[in-house]
Design a protein around this ligand. Structure first.
Ligand SMILES: *[C@@H]1O[C@H](CO)[C@@H](O)[C@H](O)[C@H]1NC(C)=O
Length: 428
């Protein structure tokens, strides 16, 4: 899908005005500009919502949403619009959220030259959607060699305007959402087409994201490049035809302390016809959430494997809690039975104590997984939503071109963390 097919005269004008406004060397990827590099941006975690943001909208933070098809943010009066007849208007409307009523205005394909394209932004935290003009907005970050930021980069991106009210439930100060899905108007897709870099991104929560491929180095003694090795260990992404942009992976089973947990046959399978089941990665779900038929045997197995550890009263929403002082502390968190997710190609994703338990108060550690209930009949309901507590301090490499994902496992095991990217300006 080419974004360059748009016949809109806005783009050359906007690039031209950005060139005039920018000091030399700040606009990568354009003709005659410096060579294209991937871009890097810090990822912050919001304490009260546990959502993650990147400051790419002129320093204002956008919330990361792995399944989101669009970038959206409220607009200023007088913002640019995009003609309904442009191909990008069709693309922006291809992933209309099911719950979102159409306004009837600004529909793609209208030949009316004064028709401004409408898009339907979705708030993944509140489940609300709204409508707004499709617009173009400058985004900014730094070019990178995977080790340091090198030079500021600004580029125009298609984004949807949104009513101010749609910001409800997002971190205070958030200016909108950055969709990271596989769809053509997501942030990684637009970075790839604008900056002529690989359609890949590296996510390391909370700490750093790199869009555009290349190396990924964290400070450690000595510094460690992690992307090259991880690209050899990727697994295929699955496509859910009912939720095409989201990142589904195949899970064959789950083990606790090396023993396979007895879940019903096919429990993890994605039903492509219904769009239900399957295992999906989410940046807007805090704890990995499992359908009851998987959650119950998993928590029972973990309960049994930790039977010698003194308990505390369960603290809702946590079902299983422990006396924190009963654990030895290890490099990978409280010393406890590992949980292994069995992926394709014999790969496993190991969740040690730091990933499987959460410190709830000074005296209490709890099992950091939640019961979805019986959601299988609900539209699009996955079997497992892998949440951010389990993704934190893992490097996760998404390749949208090849349709693969690589998951490093807990970086604490390598004596580093996602907050160890060197954000000191380097030199190119
Ligand atoms: C580029 O990196 C520097 C150093 O970390 C930072 O101060 C600056 O805000 C970054 N610029 C953008 C546009 O992200």
């Amino acid at each position: 899908m080419s974004l360059h097919g748009s016949s809109s005269p806005v783009l050359p004008l906007l690039v031209f005005s950005l060139l005039l406004l920018s000091p030399p060397g700040t606009l990568a990827g354009g003709d005659g500009g410096p060579p294209s590099k991937p871009i890097v941006t810090p990822i912050s975690k919001d304490g009260s919502t546990s959502l993650y943001t990147i400051p790419v909208k002129g320093g204002a933070p956008l919330v990361l949403d792995l399944a989101g098809p669009l970038v959206w943010s409220p607009c200023q009066p007088g913002h640019r619009t995009v003609p309904c007849k442009s191909s990008v208007c069709t693309v922006a409307n291809r992933n209309h959220p099911a719950s979102c009523a159409s306004t009837g205005a600004g529909q793609p394909g209208s030949p009316d030259p004064s028709c401004a394209c409408t898009a339907y932004p979705y708030n993944p935290a509140s489940g609300q959607c709204g409508s707004g003009d499709l617009t173009r907005t400058p985004l900014s970050a730094n070019g990178t060699d995977g080790r340091n930021p090198l030079f500021p980069v600004s580029f125009p991106a298609y984004a949807s305007c949104a009513p101010d009210g749609l910001l409800a439930s997002l971190p205070s100060g958030a200016a909108g959402v950055a969709g990271l899905s596989r769809q053509p108007l997501s942030l990684p897709s637009q970075v790839a087409s604008r900056l002529k870099v690989a359609k890949q991104f590296a996510l390391c929560l909370p700490g750093v994201a790199i869009f555009g491929g290349g190396p990924f180095e964290l400070q450690a003694a000595p510094p460690m490049e992690l992307a090259e090795g991880l690209r050899e260990k990727v697994v295929p992404l699955l496509v859910n035809p009912k939720n095409k942009g989201a990142y589904y992976i195949r899970v064959h089973g789950v083990a606790v302390n090396q023993a396979q947990v007895p879940v019903p046959a096919g429990a993890f399978d994605l039903d492509r016809r219904q769009g239900t089941g399957g295992v999906v990665l989410s940046t807007v779900t805090r704890y990995t959430t499992l359908r009851s038929d998987i959650f119950s045997p998993l928590i029972n197995a973990f309960d049994a494997a930790t039977s010698g550890i003194p308990r505390r009263k369960p603290m809702p929403p946590y079902d299983l809690c422990y006396e924190a002082s009963a654990f030895v502390s290890t490099r990978v968190g409280p010393g406890v039975a590992n949980i292994d997710l069995m992926l394709d190609g014999g790969r496993t994703w190991t969740l040690p104590g730091a990933s499987s338990l959460v410190q709830v108060d000074e005296r209490t550690l709890c099992f950091a997984f939640q019961n979805m209930g019986f959601g299988a009949t609900v539209t699009n309901s996955p079997a497992v939503i892998i949440g951010t507590h389990q993704m934190e301090d893992n490097l996760v490499l998404f390749d949208l071109e090849k349709g693969t994902v690589g998951i490093s496992g807990l970086l604490l095991g390598l004596r580093t963390t996602c907050s160890n990217f060197n954000f000191a300006m380097g030199s190119s």
